[in-house]
Design a protein around this ligand. Structure first.
Ligand code: AMP
Ligand code: MG
Length: 480
C-alpha cells in the first residue's frame, strides 16, 4: 500500500496490461514545452497517499508534463469504440490520454492515474493528442466540485500548463491534467470487443472488471448478469444525482459512460442556470439529443448498448430484466434527492406531485435552479423576499407554498442546508477564471476551487449569486 510520501515514493503497477494485448498499445507521453504547475488538488493527492508538502511545483511539472515517469509506470493507450450521437463509431480510444499505471491509495482503494493532453497516441485519429488549458481547467474544477457534492466522478490531481502551441479556433497553449479513477473502462471498451467479434477478449474484459471492481459478483450464478445489473443501477443512481443538481453532461456517448457509473469525460458540460428542461449545453448537439431532460433516457439507451455487447455472456431475457431496474432505481433515487433539497422528511403520497408542481412553477418563472432552493430555506425561516422575487409571480405559487409548508415536519432547513449547495460551477464562473489563467494568473482559479470544495458553506456573493444576464445559458462547443 502507498505510504504518505512524495512523487518519488509513488510506486505504480500496470494492472491494465493483464487484459488482451489487442486492447492497448504502449505509448510514451510527449513532453510539453516549459511546463509549470497551474493547479493541484490536495484532496485528490490524499487519496493516493501523495503528501502535498513533498510534491514541489517543479517535480509535479516534470512528472506530469511528460518529462519524467513515475516509478513502475509503463504508459499505454487503450482502444475502445462507441455510439456517438446515436451512430456507431467502430474505433475510438485514448486519443489524448495515457494510462500511467495504478496504485493502492491510503484507504486501500486502487486508483488509476491517467495523463490527459500528453500527445498523440495510436488512437488520436486526426487529433493532436493535446488539450487546451481552458478545457483541463473546466474538467479539473468540475470533477473536484462534483466530488465535493457527493456525485461519483473521476478525480483531478493537478493541471500543468505549458508553452506548447496548439491549434483550435485560435492558437492556444496546451496543458495536461492527471485524472484519477479506480478504472477508466467505458461501455465503449465492451462495444469494441463485441463489434470486432472477439468474444474471448470480451469475456476477459468482463472477468477483469468483475475481479477488480465487482468482486462480489463473482460468486453469483451468472457473474456477468450480476455485474450488468449493478452497472445499470449505478448509472441510474448517477443520473438521479445529475438531474437533482441540474448537471448536464453534454456528450453522453457510450464511450463517455463509465463501467463504474462515475461521471467521466467533461466536455461542454453545464449546470442549469434558469430551470429549462430543454436546456442543451453542447452547441454541436443541434437536435438536443443530450438536453437536460433527455439524460436519464439516454443513459438507459446507453445501457441497452452495453447489454447488446454482453449478449454472448448473458441471456437476452435476463439482460432485459436487469435493464428494467433502471427506471425504478432512478425514480426512487431522484425523488429522495429532491425531497432532501426541499427539506421533506419521511414519506407521503403527495410528495411526487409536490415536486412536479414545484418544477412547473420554476419553469413558468425561469427561476434559477440552484438559488431557488436556498430561497425556499429562507422562506421557511420567514424571509419571503427572495422566494417571492423568484416565484411570487407564478400562477399557483401561493397554493403550492401553503401545501408545501403543511407537508414539512421536523427541522426542514437543517436537511436543506446539507443538500443545497451555496456555490455551483456556473459556466460563467469557470470562464472568468480561465481568462485570468490564460494570462498567467492562477489565483482566481485557486479561490474558486477552494469554494467548490465546501459547497454547503457560506461563500462570497460573487459565487452564490445567480448568473448575470450576460453569462446565462452559455452553450459550449466540443473543441477542447
Ligand atoms: P470526446 O468527445 O472528448 O469524448 O472525444 C472523443 C474521441 O476523440 C476520444 O477517442 C478522444 O480520445 C478523441 N480526441 C478528442 N480530442 C482529441 C485530440 N485533441 N487529439 C486526439 N484525440 C482526441
Ligand atoms: Mg470521450
Amino acid at each position: 500500500m502507498t505510504v504518505w510520501g512524495g512523487l518519488d515514493q509513488l510506486q505504480l503497477e500496470n494492472r491494465f496490461r493483464q487484459l488482451p494485448a489487442d486492447l492497448y498499445q504502449s505509448v510514451r507521453p510527449q513532453p510539453l514545452k516549459n511546463p509549470h504547475l497551474v493547479a493541484f488538488s490536495t484532496e485528490a493527492a490524499a487519496l493516493i497517499g501523495l503528501d502535498p508538502c513533498q510534491a514541489s511545483a517543479q517535480q509535479l511539472s516534470e512528472y506530469f508534463s511528460g518529462q519524467r515517469l513515475l516509478n513502475g509506470s509503463d504508459p499505454l493507450a487503450s482502444v475502445y469504440a462507441g455510439h456517438q450521437f446515436g451512430g456507431y463509431t467502430p474505433q475510438l480510444g485514448d486519443g489524448r490520454a495515457v494510462l500511467l499505471g495504478d496504485l493502492v491509495g491510503r484507504d486501500g482503494q486502487r486508483w488509476e492515474l491517467q495523463l490527459k493532453g500528453s500527445g498523440k497516441t495510436p488512437y488520436s485519429r486526426h487529433g493532436d493528442g493535446r488539450a487546451a488549458l481552458r478545457s483541463v481547467i473546466r474538467e479539473y474544477l468540475c470533477s473536484e466540485a462534483l466530488a465535493a457534492l457527493d456525485v461519483p466522478t473521476t478525480r483531478a490531481l493537478c493541471i500543468i500548463g505549458s508553452e506548447t502551441q496548439i491549434y483550435r479556433e485560435s492558437i492556444e497553449f496546451g496543458a495536461s491534467m492527471v485524472r484519477m479513477s479506480p478504472s477508466h473502462i467505458r461501455f465503449g471498451h465492451f462495444e469494441y470487443c463485441y463489434y470486432t467479434r472477439r468474444p474471448d477478449q470480451l469475456k476477459q474484459l468482463a472477468d477483469f472488471v468483475i475481479e477488480h471492481h465487482y468482486p462480489h459478483c463473482a460468486d453469483q450464478s451468472n457473474p456477468y448478469l450480476a455485474m450488468y445489473t449493478e452497472v445499470v443501477e449505478r448509472t441510474a443512481q448517477l443520473l438521479a444525482r445529475w438531474q437533482a443538481l441540474g448537471f448536464c453532461h453534454g456528450v453522453m456517448n457510450t464511450d463517455n459512460m463509465s463501467i463504474l457509473g462515475v461521471t467521466l469525460d467533461y466536455g461542454p458540460f453545464g449546470f442549469l442556470d434558469e430551470y429549462q428542461p430543454d436546456y442543451i449545453c453542447n452547441r454541436s448537439d443541434e437536435r438536443g439529443r443530450y438536453a437536460y431532460k433527455q439524460q436519464p433516457s439516454i443513459a438507459m439507451w446507453n445501457c441497452v448498448c452495453l447489454a447488446q455487447s454482453l449478449s454472448g455472456l448473458v441471456k437476452q431475457a435476463d439482460l432485459e430484466i436487469a435493464l428494467n431496474r433502471f427506471q425504478p432505481v432512478y425514480g426512487i433515487a431522484y425523488t429522495e434527492l429532491m425531497k432532501q433539497r426541499l427539506g421533506m422528511e419521511g414519506k407521503t403520497g403527495q410528495d411526487g406531485v409536490l415536486i412536479e408542481t414545484f418544477l412547473q412553477l420554476l419553469e413558468q418563472q425561469k427561476a434559477d435552479y440552484n438559488n431557488v432552493f436556498v430561497a425556499l430555506e429562507q422562506a421557511i425561516d420567514g424571509v419571503m423576499a427572495p422566494i417571492n422575487q423568484l416565484l411570487g409571480g407564478a400562477i399557483g405559487f401561493a397554493d403550492w407554498f401553503s401545501q408545501y409548508r403543511q407537508r414539512l415536519r421536523g427541522n426542514a432547513t437543517t436537511l436543506m442546508a446539507q443538500h443545497n449547495p451555496r456555490v455551483i460551477l456556473r459556466n460563467y464562473l469557470a470562464q472568468q477564471v480561465i481568462e485570468r489563467a490564460e494570462q498567467g494568473d492562477f489565483s482566481d482559479l485557486a479561490q474558486l476551487h477552494a469554494a467548490l470544495k465546501t459547497p454547503f458553506a457560506a461563500h462570497l456573493d460573487i459565487y452564490s449569486q445567480a448568473t448575470p444576464e450576460w453569462g446565462k445559458n452559455v452553450s459550449l462547443s466540443c473543441s477542447s
